[in-house]
Design a protein around this ligand. Sequence first.
Ligand SMILES: *Cc1c(COP(=O)(O)O)cnc(C)c1O
Length: 415
Amino acid sequence: MHVLSHSDPEVAAIIADEEQRQVETLEMIASENYASAGVLEVTGSVFTNKYAEGYPGKRYYAGNQHSDRLETLAIERAKQLFGAEHANVQPTSGAEANMAAYLAFAQPGDTIMGLELSQGGHLTHGSPVNFSGRLYNFVAYSVDRESEVVDMEDVRRLAREHKPRIIVCGATAYPRTVDFPAFAEIAQETGALLMADMSHIAGLVAGGEHISPVPYADIVTTTTHKTLRGPRGALALCKEQHAEALDKAVFPGTQGGPHLHSIGAKAVAFGEALAPEFKHYARQVVENAAALADELMKGGLRLVSGGTDNHLLLADCNSKGISGLKAQNALQGAGIITNRNTIPYDERPPYVGSGLRIGTAALTSRQMATDEMRRVARWILRVLDDPDGDGVREGVRSEVAEFAKAYPVPGITDR
Ligand SMILES: *Cc1c(COP(=O)(O)O)cnc(C)c1O
């Protein structure tokens, strides 16, 4: 920030404060992570200046010889990383990628199936206030009331009944493995296309810790900034037969000029994910979530579905007699950053929620392992057992800040 601190000290000061916050708190929002110094450097590069509407070799602007190299590299790495036939690296966000996928394969008014939003689905999987719910006829499938795992029989029954054009699988607050082969079988039986939104788990898929949707789904969308640890942005993968439809739906269908600075940063992130160390990271993320879950349950916190298979867990705060909102705010006061969420069949409104979503990706990127997770779990329990206790919160907050400072933060302490 040495340039900015002279040219615009006001903004530079805000960024410095945010860096400090990211160092001194425990980032446990399941959709967040720490991008590497390399990823940040490319995000701040001169490619932000360049217009490149179109695709490599077919641009609507001059001067794109280096843009083409950059985007082609990102595409090739994405295909290699996920074993995909075709990759589009232009979607600027997960929501945009999903919009393009629907535009490519459905008409307004068509039926699409997705996981019930209050049970872990995403806004773009049919929320009535989102474009998806307004333009398409979404039908929601559910998790089983007892097991709190996606009820594949419900999926099959609804798919037979509604004959959807697309079945969407993947979620934003779901702690269990997504059964892509089972979804593919149902899609095949009912003549639907299968779309897998692996936004949350892409890093686990890349690292071999979650079954890949690529062999099973017609189209796969994902953000690049969650467990995958790249820049803010997204990626869409598909079989060769759908490549043209997908590319057209991204540009000119839903977007203008590609964000080349972000595409370059995606190339860097894919390169990092192809390196052997990334497998260790992905494994550690999952082991950390399991250790965190175990320690929290020992402390009397109920977890939706009784645990986790991936990088996140969803705690039922009713087991501590408080709402998700209250839990989130109490933990924030203690320097532990999470987000509230609804739980399946929640009786509280979404703004309050009974759940707390907690992820381990960002802390794993800080080199924390299972011992650290157990320690963090005990801090969480201390706060949730006495959410109104100012002394407890203050005490945990200073212990957390002291503890956190000892761990490196990619993109911050190494720059
Ligand atoms: C995060 C997420 C998205 C949206 O990504 P944005 O980049 O925030 O638009 C879409 N789908 C799922 C499942 C997600 O978890």
